[in-house]
Design a protein around this ligand. Structure first.
Ligand code: ACO
Length: 373
């Protein structure tokens, strides 16, 4: 369904603009006090060292694709698009329902986006931002007019719940942005993206891939869980996020004080503090939600965009800077000129339940007769 349209005659620059946002966090909450009963930790340690108070965790068979589905449905409903209006779906995740088919294929099927190209991006905590990059370049090129970009994770499925150094950090959730082509002077103005594969082992999951397929031994050795060297990752995160932020601001002649909002990957409040202090940002220029959700890996940045927009912290004409860092190592940043009026807030509707869905939603009927395609 790629459009293949190139509009070279256009004088104005074609950009990808954010036109809607959606979010879904599973209803079950795990607090620091709950964790005190599971591992040798304390609410005080977690709060002081990370800024996290609680996280949302899936229950009752809720899958990563279900979280993505609900967030996507909300974003589509807020602009009145049908899933069949989409030209591409890209999902950043390290916790797909299955290794294959992809999460994006699963999501497309559940949405009823039949025939729409869909694929996953594996870039850990930068998964959403790498997906955003793909959405941006595809829309800018004219190959797509409308893109669904998703960050969705069930981190609770790869966390060792006996390892206090990691299990207190992560949560589950999904958030999405919808992109649309525009010739107006707003949208994603610039992105910076990079990786450094020399540090693979700082943050990785040793088992489950073709190097170490699942065996009794890999399970006994806990190789199917996330492993992290926290301190070293912390230092590199601060360094890289700062570099990405400065590069984007300088390249686009935007002063830090002109920023409407800075949103950094929600891995640790101390990382974000270190970066934003070095940029001399004021508190009202920074948005965080790590306190309530922990690190939802690829879902952190779009969930902050969602909440900031909802709370009126992002306004038309604002400069927004998004910066991620994660396993790989990977990093990415996006400088966005926000171009839309406040989005409609949907009522507390049936999308807020936590039931498992196996088919496309009949709440949002596709605009076209997709069954005949
Ligand atoms: N409760 C109580 N004590 C703990 C806990 C806990 N949950 N976890 C560790 N400790 C102890 C350690 O055992 C250690 O004790 P010791 O001094 O007796 O040896 C002490 O606390 C300090 O441990 P550190 O690991 O040095 O703690 P630190 O201050 O570095 O915080 C943390 C750890 C939160 C993991 C931090 O290093 C961090 O945030 N790192 C970066 C995470 C990140 O950015 N990840 C990238 C994105 S994630 C992704 O891509 C999937």
């Amino acid at each position: 369904m790629f459009k293949g349209r190139f509009r070279k005659e256009e004088k104005k620059q074609r950009r990808a603009a954010v036109v809607s946002v959606g979010k879904y966090m599973p209803p079950h909450i795990l607090t620091n006090f709950d964790l005190e009963k599971m591992v040798d930790t304390s609410n005080q340690w977690i709060l002081e060292r990370t800024g996290i108070k609680k996280r949302h965790i899936v229950k009752n068979g809720l899958r990563q694709s279900d979280l993505a589905l609900r967030a996507s449905q909300e974003a589509l409903a807020r602009v009145g698009w049908s899933p069949m209006d989409l030209d591409m779906i890209v999902v950043g995740t390290v916790t797909p329902d299955h290794i294959f088919p992809s999460s994006a294929n699963t999501l497309a099927g559940k949405l009823g986006a039949i025939g729409v190209p869909s694929w996953d991006v594996l870039a850990a905590c930068s998964g959403f931002m790498y997906s955003l990059y793909q959405g941006m370049v595809t829309v800018e090129s004219g190959r797509a007019d409308k893109a669904l970009v998703v960050g969705s994770e069930v981190m609770s499925s790869i966390v060792d719940w006996t390892d206090r150094s990691t299990c207190v950090l992560f949560g589950d959730g999904a958030s999405v942005l919808l992109l649309e082509a525009t010739y107006e002077p707003y949208g994603i103005i610039d992105m910076e993206i990079g990786s450094d594969g020399r540090h693979l082992k700082l943050l990785h999951m040793p088992g489950g891939g073709s190097a170490h397929p699942a065996t009794h031994e890999t399970v006994n050795n806990k190789e199917h869980f996330l492993h992290m060297e926290g301190q070293e990752t912390f230092k590199l995160a601060v360094r890289k996020m700062l570099l990405v932020a400065k590069t984007l601001l300088e390249r686009n002649h935007v002063n830090p004080e002109e920023l409407g909002l800075f949103i950094g990957h929600q891995a640790n409040l101390r990382i974000i503090d270190a970066v934003t202090k070095r940029l001399n940002l004021k508190p009202d220029q920074i948005f965080n939600n790590i306190e309530r959700y922990g690190n939802t890996t690829s879902a952190t940045i779009p969930s902050c965009v969602y909440e900031a927009e909802m709370m009126g912290r992002i306004k038309k004409g604002d400069w927004i800077l998004l910066v991620s860092f994660g396993a790989g190592l990977t990093w990415a940043g996006a400088l966005i000129k926000w171009g839309i009026d406040p989005l409609p807030v949907l009522g507390a509707d049936a999308m807020a339940d936590d039931s498992v869905s196996d088919t496309y939603s009949d709440r949002l009927k596709p605009g076209r007769d997709w069954q005949k395609q």
